[in-house]
Design a binder for this molecule. Structure first.
Ligand SMILES: *Cc1c(COP(=O)(O)O)cnc(C)c1O
Length: 455
């Protein structure tokens, strides 16, 4: 017994000195060369031994022999730096987290002020920022979306939406789309379309079907069939533009027709705007482009302004009132905490004040035109460049070409989405605040790398 205690003390001494070193580093504005070497070594070794060594094979920031590993350390605006001080323009944008930029001063300010007063809520009294944020969301979301349930992530927003649709409808069938991405917890994963993520975890939630995204006839026939078999559809869940699937924009009029079908069959329409929301596509919410009002909308990613993890499920009163009699039917401890709400409120204010959705349209057009110009003469490599606002996809004929381009751009200080396993379409989703000079540099780099890469 006593030896056990002794051993614990010894371990804690080691842990304590390690913690001290790390906490000291957190406090530093700049790191020395020795610090940088130690940080890199510790990061790579601990990823290997304690996080998941698989990442060291997959991340393009690590060379084959792990001789070089880019370890991020600081960020601001549209850029971040690695621990050695090398700067990158961030065109991955955390897959759509950084709509108002990295550490936007207005968001940081609101969160800091809130942090000085109260970080998390009592869980029992009425917390004011939740109420005020819910009111603001009712004001800015399309149509009569009115009630909000706050969460910490995209997948939680989707879980909330699915449960709400079940509560409301007493139905259990959901229709999602091929190439959809809704998250990776068991409920949202049921809507996600990709086999590699789903198959190992089957059976998932009962009742999910997938139809071809953009194919209204297939949706109609599926809903008709569901009605005849008694598998009535609780909801259709869609991303208005598919992000993870490779920036797929549905045909003109599709979303409107989906809305009509949902109404005809008494199904709810859920828009997963986790990636398309908060100004990304040139409107505050992508639904506005098609003037379709969903019954439930899911938000996350940029909702917390790139400072706090935050998300929301926003629904019409008719739907949400199912949860009025027992508000404890679906809860989360941290969802809607004061820091997250402060971040979201400041984010919405920044988007409106700086007209960032409009800016996304303008800069997006400029960006896409520039990329298209550079792709001329490379039709053997580039299949298509498309996008809406600052949600841009560059589709290649082959995964390998996409990977080489994204890797080449990274070596030249530009981060775009494109991994070893998913590079057919590289995604470009920079902060909506990105400067034109930065866009020019990205376009130049794209052109230069295209010249070097083989078809
Ligand atoms: C990223 C994403 C999610 C999942 O969000 P997490 O915060 O990673 O759980 C869900 N839906 C869409 C459309 C997304 O892009």
């Amino acid at each position: 017994m006593s030896t056990q205690v002794k051993e614990h003390n010894k371990n804690y001494e080691e842990v304590k000195s390690y913690l001290e070193k790390v906490l000291n580093l957190i406090e530093k504005d700049t790191v020395s060369k020795e610090d940088a070497e130690w940080i890199t070594k510790e990061t790579v070794e601990n990823f290997r031994d304690h996080v998941n060594p698989g990442f060291l094979d997959y991340r393009k920031t690590v060379t084959k022999d792990t001789q070089f590993a880019a370890v991020e350390w600081s960020d601001s605006g549209s850029r971040f730096k690695d621990v050695n001080g090398k700067e990158y323009i961030d065109c991955l944008g955390g897959f759509g987290i950084y709509n108002v930029g990295h550490r936007n001063p207005k968001v940081v300010h609101a969160v800091e002020k809130q942090l000085h007063r109260q970080a998390l809520h009592s869980q029992d009294l009425l917390d004011p920022l939740r109420a005020m944020l819910a009111k603001v969301l009712a004001d800015i979301t399309p149509g009569d979306l009115k009630y909000s349930f706050f969460v910490n992530s995209g997948t939680e927003a989707v879980e909330g939406a699915l449960k709400l649709a079940k509560s409301y409808s007493n139905r259990t069938t959901f229709i999602a789309a091929t190439k959809a991405f809704h998250g990776k917890s068991l409920g949202s994963l049921s809507g996600t379309a990709k086999s590699v993520f789903r198959k190992p975890f089957q059976p998932l939630v009962n009742g999910f079907r997938h139809v071809q995204f953009g194919d209204i006839d297939m949706l109609r026939k599926t809903m008709e069939a569901c009605a005849t078999t008694g598998d009535d559809v609780a909801a259709v869940i869609l991303e208005p533009i598919q992000g993870e699937g490779g920036i797929i924009i549905p045909p003109e009029g599709y979303l409107k027709q989906v809305r009509e079908l949902c109404d005809k069959f008494g199904a709810l329409l859920i828009f997963d705007e986790v990636q398309t929301g908060m100004g990304r596509t040139g409107k505050m919410f992508c639904a506005e482009h098609s003037e379709v009002v969903p019954d439930i909308m899911c938000l996350a990613k940029a909702f917390g302004g790139g400072v706090m993890p935050a998300g929301a499920v926003v629904a019409k009163e008719e739907v949400f009132k199912t949860w009025f009699p027992n508000p404890f039917i679906h809860t989360t401890t941290f969802g809607g905490n004061p820091l997250a709400c402060a971040a979201a409120l400041a984010t919405i204010n920044t988007l409106i004040e700086e007209k960032l959705p409009e800016r996304a349209t303008e800069v997006g057009e400029y960006f896409i035109n520039g990329l298209k110009e550079k792709a001329k003469g490379h039709e053997d490599k580039v299949l298509e460049i498309r996008g809406q606002g600052l949600m841009i996809g560059v589709e290649f004929h082959k995964d390998e070409v996409g990977y080489e381009v994204s890797k080449g751009m990274f070596d030249n200080g530009v981060l775009v989405a494109g991994t070893l396993v998913n590079s057919k379409t590289i995604r470009i989703e920079p902060p909506l605040t990105i400067e034109y000079a930065e866009v020019d540099r990205v376009i130049e780099t794209f052109g230069k790398v295209l010249e070097q890469v083989k078809a």
